[in-house]
Every structure is written in C-alpha cells, then in structure tokens.
Design a protein around this ligand. Structure first.
Ligand SMILES: [Zn+2]
Length: 377
C-alpha cells in the first residue's frame, strides 16, 4: 500500500463478531468506516447537490465508469479536469469498472477471454470492454479508487458457469493490475481494488480470495452479490470471503443493500458499501425510517402532520410533515423525490454513524436489535 496517499487503520474491534471501525485515507480525504457510499451513476447523485451530500454525512461517492464511458466519454471528463472537478465533488470517489453493468444492463453479444462485446443500453452501439480499456477509462476519470474489471455471472448460473467466470475474473485482474501499474495510476493518486467472485459457493469464494489477494492492492471487494439471489446466499458468500481478506485493508461489499444486510456484512468484517436503494426508493416515494420502510403515497398519511421520522435530523424531517410529502408525491412534484432522497441518504449515513459508535463501545449486537426489531427490513 502506498503509505503517502492511501492508508487504512482499524480503531476498534467488536468483541462479538468480526466487525471493525476504522479510517480509510485517500488523496481526497478520510472515510470513517463502516461507511455507505451513495451512488452517483452518471456523475450525480440524483437530485442532490454536493454540499447537501456533505451535510447529510456523505464522505465518499460511487460513480459508474460504464455509464460515463458511454456518455459523456471518459476523455471528455479528463479534458474538463477529471471527475472531481467535473461533478463539483472534492471528496473521495470510487468508480465501478462496469463489470456488473456489462453483464446485467447491456445486451451482451459476446464474451471471451480477452473481454466483452455488448450493445450500449443508450443507443445500441457496439462497445468492446477489456480489462485494459476499463483501467484506461477509469484512469481518465481519475477517481481515488478504480475497480478491477470482473465477470459477474448472471443468474441463474450453475457451478461450472460461476467457476468459469471466477477464473476469468482472476485472469482479468492480472491484466488490470499490470495496466494500472503501467499507467502509474497509484503514484497519481488512484488505487485499484480487486474483486472476489465465486457466487454462493463457499469453496469458490475461498479460492477467489486466495487468487485476488496474491496481488498487493489497496483494498478488496466482494462482488457478484445482490444479483437476484436469496439473502442466505448473499450471506453465505460474504461469510466465505470477507473474514479471509487481509485485516489491514478495506473490504467493500458491492451493491448491498438494506439495514439488515449491513449488519450481516459488518459482522463479517465489511467496511464499505454502496447501493442505489436510498436514492431509488426516494424517487419512488419510499422512505427508510426507524419503524421500517414507509410508502408516502398511502392514504393513511393524508392528515399526518408529524415528521417523516421523529428520530431523524435531516432537513426534510426538520421542516416538513408526512401529509405535505404525500401531497407532493401524489402531485408528481420533483421536491418529493428530492426530500425523500435526502432523508434516505441521511438515514443510511446516520445508521453507519451509530454502527461505528457501537463498535467503539462494544455494543454492536445491542444496536442491531434496536435498529432491526421494529423494522420489517
Ligand atoms: Zn429525515
């Protein structure tokens, strides 16, 4: 690990699990972990200004190299000063390589050992992505953390298919590491995280951890989860992978999820999360609250003059009633989505703040009970 630019230190360990609280240092600032990264797919967290994100407790964002490569193009972002300047966010950014999107969103036309050919979901244009080109694209974007280009097997997949995708991911990682080094990315302030695959097969996950950690990288991710499998399968994958990853590096679980998922994963030693749930739920008028997920379009809120969540300190809960939010949602006003997104993002960050404090006090299990007991999810 390049000590000058990147670092990770653990400050507290939970006595009852593998959970840890720490700090991930990047060229654009520190991230207290466990942390949640809101998703800014197209270089914007939909509806929120950078200063609002900051005020809600966001320290690190995720953007998507696949989307930004297709539009507006990574070279253009580079020409305009790189991703931080382009989107007006001076904190840490992680770019997803697009492996997940290539295999889920795009119409995949061919995959071979060199890379993947697919049709853009925007205009149908044929696009080729290989490990090297993904690293080059992410180098142009200039995020603090680039992700390796991996093959995320689409479900349903049998063991043979998962094993093939996992082995290919390992071969691709070697090429990602090589290209990242050739371009001198780390000395220019960009780390590379490797991705562990292996589906819900414990032995494949363990083998994948071994292969991926042969490379001395700044951090490691558990990928290929949250692709439609059961909660038990996600947990099986995390249990098999996370505790085997190096203790002195940040561990990132990609694309998960909900408060219950967070507790499950944090107890296995996961430090970083991203998910579209707070922002997407906000746009569909659903709010994460201390009493579970609420749908603000429901008639029961018509005359509800109380705040969305009495225990939340976000601007939405400080100023507006459930009745007003319901009215905005039903009238199709954009402010409904903006306020509910603000609230949801704050809810996730506030949860992580409580988790970090609880780990520090050795009370994570009590917090889990307090948070999950009244909530359905
Ligand atoms: Zn709130």
């Amino acid at each position: 690990m390049s000590a000058a630019t990147f670092g990770f230190s653990v400050h507290a360990l939970d006595p009852g699990s593998q959970a840890r609280a720490g700090v991930f240092r990047t060229p654009h600032g520190e991230v207290q972990t466990p942390a949640f990264m809101p998703v800014g797919t197209r270089a914007t967290v939909k509806g929120l200004l950078p200063e609002q994100l900051r005020a809600l407790g966001t320290s690190m964002l995720l953007c998507n190299a696949y989307h930004l490569q297709l539009r507006p193009g990574a070279a253009l972002v580079r020409e305009l000063g790189g991703l931080h300047r382009f989107m007006g966010w001076d904190g840490p950014i992680l770019t997803d390589s697009g492996g997940f999107q290539v295999f889920s969103l795009a119409q995949l036309s061919a995959i071979d050992d060199r890379g993947a050919t697919f049709h853009s979901h925007i205009d149908g244009q044929t696009v080729r992505v290989e490990p090297e080109s993904s690293i080059e694209c992410q180098a142009l974007l200039g995020a603090d953390v680039a992700m390796a280009f991996d093959q995320c097997p689409a479900l349903p997949a049998d063991r043979t298919q998962v094993e093939q995708a996992t082995e290919r991911t390992h071969r691709w990682l070697e090429r990602c590491v090589l290209r990242h080094r050739e371009l001198g990315c780390e000395s220019r302030g960009q780390a590379l995280f490797g991705i562990v695959q292996g589906g819900a097969f414990e032995d494949l996950r363990a083998r994948s951890v071994e292969a991926v950690t042969r490379h001395d990288l700044v951090g490691y991710a558990v990928g290929g989860v949250s692709v439609g499998e059961s909660r038990e399968d996600v947990l099986r994958a995390v249990r098999a992978a996370a505790p085997r990853l190096p203790k002195d590096r940040p561990r990132y679980l990609m694309g998960v999820g909900t408060p219950r998922d967070f507790f499950d994963a944090i107890e296995q030693g996961i430090d970083l999360f991203d998910c579209v749930t707070p922002t997407r739920h906000g746009r569909t008028h659903q709010a994460f609250t201390s009493t579970g997920v609420l749908n603000l379009r429901q008639a029961r809120f018509e005359r509800d003059s109380g705040p969305l969540d009495a225990s939340c300190d976000c601007p939405c809960c400080a100023q507006f009633s459930r009745a007003y939010l319901r009215h905005l949602a039903r009238a199709g006003e954009m402010l409904a989505a903006i306020l509910l997104t603000q609230h949801n993002v704050r809810f996730f960050h506030a949860l992580m703040e409580r988790v970090r404090a609880a780990i520090g006090r050795g009370q994570l299990a009590q917090l889990r009970q307090t948070v999950l007991a009244p909530a359905a999810d």
